[in-house]
Design a protein around this ligand. Structure first.
Ligand SMILES: [Zn+2]
Length: 295
């Protein structure tokens, strides 16, 4: 990131710090602290790209976050949103796609520190070793995880999640059969390969244009517990716990700090509201009278 841009963010952070401290204190006092979910892609020290963070930077992130926030699993994050109570700002770590180099240092570091993480992978790319679409034309095509690595990750306590078959932009797919294959069948195949159920799904690209209400519904009908987007945005206790909004684990610590301490501008990011029939988690989270009022 441009040094001046970084300084500008630092100035903005400093100018809004009193507001941030007040906001966080006020929300913590009533058990309404934010639940933040970060997404990373590739952690490696060479062939850097806009979706790569170095191992040193990644470790700095963990140090900085660990000193200020509570690390939680995606399931615990979701539970706090559903229960409408979160007394401490919490951060969940996720990864998208399935880059083999993550297994060298970053993931062992998480396991060593007992930091929970969810690892979303595109089933077809894992099974074939084919590079992801956003790397197809790049000079360097980063190796993709193997099924064996994913099994090891799951055995070490990592949660494996689904990320379509070949990293499809689901927002551009109308065909029901294709959508079903990318969302449901690819998830089932992944579960069969790693030998355990898949509970979460993440939309590739994850911006509002890349989301698809039918895909949300398919995930719910399939019995998945939650679905992640990636356009930035906080999750507040009482939000829809099925749709988990995520924030980019930006390599620059100043930008990460700006986001995780609550950027006033980010509070106004509109939440994508998929049209779906209510699921068991939402019903469990809503008292009977509230569910009735919504009907
Ligand atoms: Zn992805």
């Amino acid at each position: 990131m441009n040094i001046w841009r970084e300084r500008l963010i630092d100035c903005y952070y400093g100018a809004t710090l009193p507001w941030r401290l007040r906001w966080n204190h006020r929300h913590a006092r009533v058990g309404l602290s934010p639940v933040m979910i970060l997404f990373y892609h590739r952690v490696a020290d060479d062939h850097l790209s806009s979706w790569t963070i170095s191992n040193r930077q990644f470790e700095r992130h963990l140090d900085w976050i660990g000193q200020r926030f509570e690390f939680v699993s995606l399931a615990a994050a979701q539970q706090r949103i559903a229960q409408r109570y979160n007394p401490h700002p919490a951060v969940a770590i996720t990864f998208d796609d399935g880059y083999a180099e993550n297994c060298e240092k970053a993931l062992p570091l998480l396991v060593k520190r007992k930091i929970p993480f969810t690892y979303f992978v595109s089933t077809g790319n894992i099974l074939t070793g084919r590079p992801f679409p956003h790397e197809a034309d790049a000079d360097y095509q980063a190796p993709v995880n193997t099924i064996k690595q994913l099994r090891n990750l799951a055995a070490a306590g990592g949660e494996i999640g689904a990320h379509t078959r070949f990293h499809a932009d689901l927002g551009s797919i109308d065909d029901e059969d294709r959508l079903y294959d990318e969302v449901v069948l690819a998830t089932r195949d992944l579960a069969a390969e790693i030998g355990q159920p898949i509970r979460y799904f993440a939309f590739p690209y994850g911006l509002p244009n890349n989301l698809n209400d039918r895909a949300f519904q398919m995930c719910r009908d399939e019995g998945l517990l939650g679905v992640c987007s990636a356009y930035g945005g906080y999750n507040m206790p009482g939000d829809d716990p099925f749709h988990l909004q995520r924030i980019h684990g930006d390599p620059q610590l100043s930008r990460l700090r700006n986001w995780l301490t609550i950027d006033p501008r980010k509070l106004s990011v509109p939440r994508y509201m998929p049209e779906m029939t209510p699921g068991p988690l939402a019903e469990a989270a809503c008292p009977a009278e509230a569910t009735g009022a919504m009907a």
